[in-house]
Design a protein around this ligand. Structure first.
Ligand SMILES: *[C@@H]1O[C@H](CO)[C@@H](O)[C@H](O)[C@H]1NC(C)=O
Length: 314
């Protein structure tokens, strides 16, 4: 499968984070706590939305999908990172590395498509309130979710297959804490031109188009609020869209900061810190951004706990 006549790499070494050895334990505890918060926060949102029938609306079903995607996204990298922080040889087998890359791209893209679906949902709710239930039918919601899954499957598969063509000869040290595509490309001893071209084109399509769609949705929302300004309408719109825009800017802000802002000489450190932001911090914060200050979620929490429906979960 790999390089035919060359000595090929069967394992990669993940260098992990630029942390001094004496601080290793401190960061281990910190990351473990962050990962557990991510898992519990997102699972709580999924359980709440599915148990409480008041929350069976398109917005919350998308939110539940987003939580699922966040949960998986951080589970692709965090457990391996935590394991490697404790082991002497932080290695990952070749197949494991490609698998990690596949799922990393898969859930990263899925998040981006779900943000588009959520923006579209808010756009319809605010700009066409009377037609909302007919436009956002369960069938359309399901189609949007299925379409996101299909597109991300193909996109992640394309990059993974292109990566599987490459040879890795001598150098197997990845200066990162997971199998990042660009770090792998730098290690390869084959010609990576095709990969880079595909990354450039697909990256543009997969990141820029959703980003533009989201911006357009929220621009239409804001202009429609400003056209008929009423204090109540503005407050209502901002309370729902504010949290969405926070998540969107967290997600795209780190990606733009990572890939578009020119890096200084210390770029590996910057890259890992930024990657830490969107793999660990964003999935952890999303549940809090949506549920804090959200009356529906708090109400659901109260109702579900009062009924003691989920007592068996604890
Ligand atoms: C995702 O969204 C679809 C369509 O709205 C819904 O049927 C499904 O239950 C959601 N999945 C999760 C995990 O919430």
């Amino acid at each position: 499968m790999k390089g035919r006549n060359q000595t090929f790499v069967s394992d990669f070494i993940l260098l992990g984070l630029p942390i001094r050895p004496e601080q290793q334990n401190l960061f281990y505890v910190l990351f473990l706590a962050m990962y557990l918060t991510t898992v519990l926060g997102n699972l709580l949102i999924i359980v709440l939305i599915h148990l409480d029938s008041h929350l069976h609306t398109p917005m919350y079903l998308f939110l539940s999908n987003l939580s699922f995607s966040d949960f998986c996204f951080s589970s692709v990298t965090m457990p391996k990172l935590l394991q490697n922080m404790q082991s002497q040889v932080p290695s990952i087998p070749y197949a494991g590395c490609l698998t990690q890359m596949y799922f990393f791209m898969f859930f990263g893209d899925l998040e981006s498509f779900l943000l588009v679906a959520m923006a579209y949902d808010r756009f319809v709710a605010i700009c066409f309130p009377l037609h909302y239930t007919t436009i956002m039918s369960p069938k359309l919601c399901l189609s949007l979710v299925v379409l996101s899954w299909v597109l991300t499957t193909f996109h992640a598969l394309l990059h993974t297959l292109l990566m599987a063509r490459l040879c890795f000869c001598a150098d197997n040290v990845i200066p990162h804490f997971f199998c990042d595509m660009s770090a792998l490309l730098k290690l390869s001893c084959s010609d990576t031109q095709v990969n880079e071209l595909v990354i450039f084109i697909m990256g543009g399509l997969i990141l820029v188009i959703p980003f533009l769609l989201i911006i357009m949705s929220y621009a239409r929302i804001i202009s429609s609020i400003l056209r008929v300004p009423s204090a109540r309408g503005i407050r209502k719109a901002f309370s729902t869209c504010g949290s969405h825009l926070t998540v969107v800017s967290l997600f795209y802000g780190t990606i733009i900061g990572l890939y578009l802002v020119p890096s200084s000489n210390n770029s590996t450190v910057k890259e890992t810190v930024m990657a830490m932001m969107y793999t660990v911090v964003t999935p952890m914060l999303n549940p809090f951004i949506y549920s804090l200050r959200n009356k529906d979620m708090k109400g659901a929490l109260g109702r579900v706990f009062n009924k003691k429906k989920i007592s068996f979960f604890f």
